[in-house]
Design a protein around this ligand. Structure first.
Ligand SMILES: [Zn+2]
Length: 271
């Protein structure tokens, strides 16, 4: 079968204050190509013209993520490793610690499955010895893969540790891991960038920034729309023979979309 991978990088429109944006499937391939060529900064793929998009949506409100085993050498020793695990798991807490949402995350251990495989393994990986494949101004990126109906089947988070120092304490010369991850986890669950300047899902960051560690009310509104308390989870393992990805891949005609969401370095103050 063929996989059609579309890479999405979208221009920020800074003037509006609409609030959180869910990621949608509405963009045409032309727009993807145009925007990729422009190497523009990312923002919400709001539907253009009369296009009606389908919101990205996980089938389950209990999601599992793994830590990639490569690229964690910059956190040396047992102490470094434990701190990394702690900070990574803390980054998921704000998204779960929301009264109006039923979203839950579980840490599923480590994985060696690098690359953007459509494998339904959601991983967090660091590039340090491996060359960073994206623009140097991109500090972290989330690759979200969906079915044509917007169902998310895979989210992977990559962190650029080859051009940047990733730290845990908000030090002025480091990019704070929780600050980066909390933002990328928003993409993981189906949020796009927000026009609200103080939101975690605002699209830029800078060294020493920690304000994205905590959710803004705008981010809370987003997660509660996606995973409300009355969310009905459809566990693919409980629904018989034909709902797993492997079974889906046997069917012809499935098109899987990969969307890239970046957080880039703030070069100048913007409002
Ligand atoms: Zn982003």
């Amino acid at each position: 079968m063929h996989h059609y991978l579309f890479f999405l990088i979208i221009i920020l429109i800074p003037s509006s204050l609409f609030g959180f944006n869910r990621t949608k499937t509405c963009l045409s391939t032309d727009e993807h190509a145009e925007r990729l060529a422009a190497q523009a900064k990312s923002n919400a793929p709001t539907c253009r013209g009369n296009a009606v998009g389908t919101d990205f949506q996980w089938k389950s409100n209990k999601l599992t993520y793994k830590l990639h085993t490569l690229g964690i050498s910059q956190f040396p020793g047992e102490q470094g490793r434990l701190r990394l695990l702690e900070e990574m798991q803390l980054s998921f807490e704000p998204w779960m610690d929301v009264d109006c949402s039923s979203l839950r995350f579980d840490f599923g251990g480590t994985t060696a499955s690098f690359g953007h495989k459509i494998d339904e393994v959601n991983w967090i990986g660091f590039y340090d010895t491996q060359p960073w494949p994206w623009s140097e101004s991109v500090v972290a990126i989330t690759v979200v893969t969906t079915l044509p109906n917007g169902e998310i089947i895979d989210s992977d988070i990559e962190i650029n540790a080859s051009n940047n120092t990733i730290g845990f304490d908000g030090a002025p010369l480091d990019f704070d891991l929780r600050n980066l991850l909390t933002h990328e986890i928003g993409h993981f669950i189906g949020l796009d960038h927000s026009e609200v300047f103080d939101a975690t899902m605002e699209f830029e960051t800078r060294k020493g920034q920690i304000k994205k560690r905590d959710l803004d009310p705008d981010d809370v509104a987003g997660v509660c729309e996606i995973f409300p308390n009355d969310f009905v989870s459809v566990d693919p393992d409980d629904s018989g023979c034909c709902s797993t990805l492997r079974s889906r891949q046997k069917q012809t005609g499935w098109v899987l979309f990969s969307f890239l969401f970046i957080i880039s370095i703030r070069n100048r103050f913007k409002r």
